[in-house]
Design a protein around this ligand. Structure first.
Ligand SMILES: CC(C)(COP(=O)(O)OP(=O)(O)OC[C@H]1O[C@@H](n2cnc3c(N)ncnc32)[C@H](O)[C@@H]1OP(=O)(O)O)[C@@H](O)C(=O)NCCC(=O)NCCS
Length: 195
């Protein structure tokens, strides 16, 4: 069993510090509200969501940023097969609009990438703005022959390798390979059973 992650405390230029720690079950409601605020109600229809639906995030790779007891940031990584190569997909990364430009996004990214590398993963892929993610080492160099299971902008499909060549020859559709979550029974189904 891995030891629980020690929260990382980061002082900010603007009063309250924040901590990065493993996501907890109690974070879920605040995380969902944060994602709605950042990506809107139609976020579940986005192409990357097809890689997350019904799956658990990769072990140890769901992180929360907490400031004054409130969840202000989130990042998760997911197991995928990238044209036959095992990899992780990162996302969503989101920071509370009221807490941006304080380094919280960067701290979440650094901690997530350090943890992914430490766990022996070879590469991380994401769909996002290259000008932001380039600072963490992401580029489109290894993603030219990969596609997502839905519409996406080619220049936003980025990757970083931890093991040189981890994505060499990666070609085809990125598909989810993470642990499947138990199917939730619908309220209607439960009512029918009880009747
Ligand atoms: C992208 C996001 C996570 C950054 O969080 P943050 O805590 O403000 O980021 P940091 O404080 O670590 O970094 C701020 C820096 O990133 C830059 N930046 C932020 N978003 C950017 C973008 N889309 N493109 C280029 N640069 C960006 C800022 O200009 C700032 O630059 P500086 O360091 O030169 O001043 C946050 O803006 C967010 O949640 N956006 C909405 C959701 C989203 O787009 N998520 C990413 C796609 S999954």
């Amino acid at each position: 069993m891995t030891a629980p992650r020690k929260p990382q405390i980061a002082p900010t230029s603007n009063a309250a510090p924040f901590a990065i720690r493993s996501e907890r079950a109690a974070d879920v409601a605040m995380r969902e509200a944060l994602l709605d605020a950042c990506f809107g109600d139609n976020r579940h229809g986005r192409t990357c969501q097809r890689l997350r639906d019904g799956r658990a995030p990769a072990a140890g790779l769901a992180l929360s940023a907490v400031r004054e007891g409130t969840l202000v940031g989130t990042v998760r990584l997911w197991h995928v097969s990238a044209g036959g190569r095992p990899a992780l997909v990162l996302g969503p990364l989101a920071v509370d609009p009221a807490c941006r430009e304080l380094g919280i996004g960067a701290a979440l990214m650094h901690q997530a990438l350090v943890a992914a590398r430490a766990r022996g993963h070879g590469a991380v892929i994401l769909l996002g703005d290259a000008p932001y993610y380039a600072r963490f080492g992401f580029s489109a160099k290894k993603t030219g022959a990969l596609v997502l299971p839905g519409p996406f902008e080619r220049d936003r499909l980025l990757a970083i390798e931890f093991q040189t060549g981890a994505l060499d020859g990666a070609e085809g559709t990125i598909v989810p390979t993470g642990v499947a979550l138990p199917k939730r029974r619908s309220v209607r189904g439960l009512r029918a059973q009880a009747a």
